[in-house]
Design a protein around this ligand. Structure first.
Ligand code: FAD
Length: 302
């Protein structure tokens, strides 16, 4: 209901006004702004994962340009000694129109990250991308087992069986590395759980699977219930510090973030920046429980 209201209103609002609400979720439009935000977080004892905004592109020129931008970002962030790694969305490199070209671009990015002793996480996009993104991950993991990770979404009905199938690529020396999140895209009921509690329960089931199997886990959530249950599972499975971390989005629940750090857990913040901020921000605004009222107010006060 709330999501639908915001989704209906946002495309009709002037972009400048949407920016007013969005800017808390975005580090800025340029590399310099991304660097500044990341260094600030580093100083506060948080690592980052840096993401250039953009997705679902339609031409090879855009894919090539995005690859070049990522190479520049990796160069700059490592040169400036930011403590962190990189996240990317495969549809930004043409996943849906040419998966081979997409693979070639992402491989080049990962290879460059390896040279810089860094790591690249493949974000998980909507359900039409899942098979391709898993395949991409498997290929890259084979070549760069320590430097590439994948995201899984607990709202997908298939996730636990995907993890079970991926287990054969896991070993103690080269553990698989996953970020577990709830999932953000609008999916049909036959593909994804819709009920809030059901998604939470599946999140915990997936988390337990990851811990039990010694996989490296990014616990990506702002849900206090899940955070508390994650603490319980970390204790229960005696998960070593280097095998897990918490992850949160830039601008979301900074108080909870600090509480987790204060308890001595590692925290990584997802820092998005770039000119193509509209789609990403819209997804964040839809998740903000207080947003609908503020947006409606702003529309009428103008
Ligand atoms: P929610 O129930 O949505 O939120 C819990 C509480 O957090 C809310 O009650 C509210 O108090 C607060 N909160 C949450 N969002 C906001 C907000 N925008 N503004 C203000 N308060 C808020 N999804 C994907 O599909 N693919 C990905 O690759 C992916 N990567 C992610 C990376 C990271 C580091 C994180 C943290 C999330 C990622 N997500 C991704 C998004 C994720 O799937 C969820 O949509 C998002 O995290 C919200 O779920 P939640 O677990 O925080 O629970």
């Amino acid at each position: 209901m709330l999501n639908k209201l915001i989704a209906d209103i946002l495309p009709h609002m002037p972009k400048r006004l949407v920016w007013v609400f969005s800017k808390r979720y975005i580090a800025g439009e340029t590399i310099e702004e991304g660097l500044l935000a990341s260094k600030f977080l580093n100083q506060k004892n948080m690592e980052v994962t840096v993401d250039l905004l953009g997705e679902f592109i339609e031409t090879q020129q855009e894919a090539e340009a995005n690859k070049n931008q990522y190479l520049e970002i990796i160069e700059r962030f490592t040169e400036e000694k930011v403590t962190g790694n990189f996240s990317l969305k495969p549809t930004m490199f043409g996943l849906l129109f040419d998966k081979e070209i997409c693979y070639t671009h992402i491989r080049e990015i990962v290879k460059f990250a390896v040279e810089k002793n860094s790591f690249v996480r493949i974000d998980m996009e909507d359900s039409q991308c899942v098979d391709r993104e898993i395949e991409l991950f498997q290929k890259l993991h084979k070549e760069f087992p320590k430097n590439v990770g994948l995201v899984v979404q607990s709202y997908l009905r298939r996730t636990l069986s995907d993890l079970e199938a991926l287990k054969e690529f896991h070993s103690e020396n080269t553990p698989l590395n996953f970020r577990l999140c709830k999932g953000i895209y609008v999916e049909p009921e036959k593909v994804a759980f819709k009920n809030y509690e059901e998604i939470r329960q599946h999140y915990l089931e997936d988390l337990e699977f990851l811990f039990k199997n010694g996989m490296i886990t990014g616990i990506a959530t702002h849900d206090k219930f899940l955070v508390e249950n994650a603490f319980r599972l970390i204790e229960q499975y005696q998960v070593p510090k280097e095998r897990y971390e918490f992850q949160m989005l830039y601008g979301v629940t900074p108080e909870l973030r600090q509480q987790i750090i204060d308890k001595g857990h590692r925290m990584r913040v997802y820092v998005p920046f770039g000119k193509h901020w509209f789609n990403y921000s819209t997804r964040r605004l839809k998740e903000n429980p207080k947003m609908a009222q503020q947006i409606i107010k702003a529309l009428f006060i103008r």
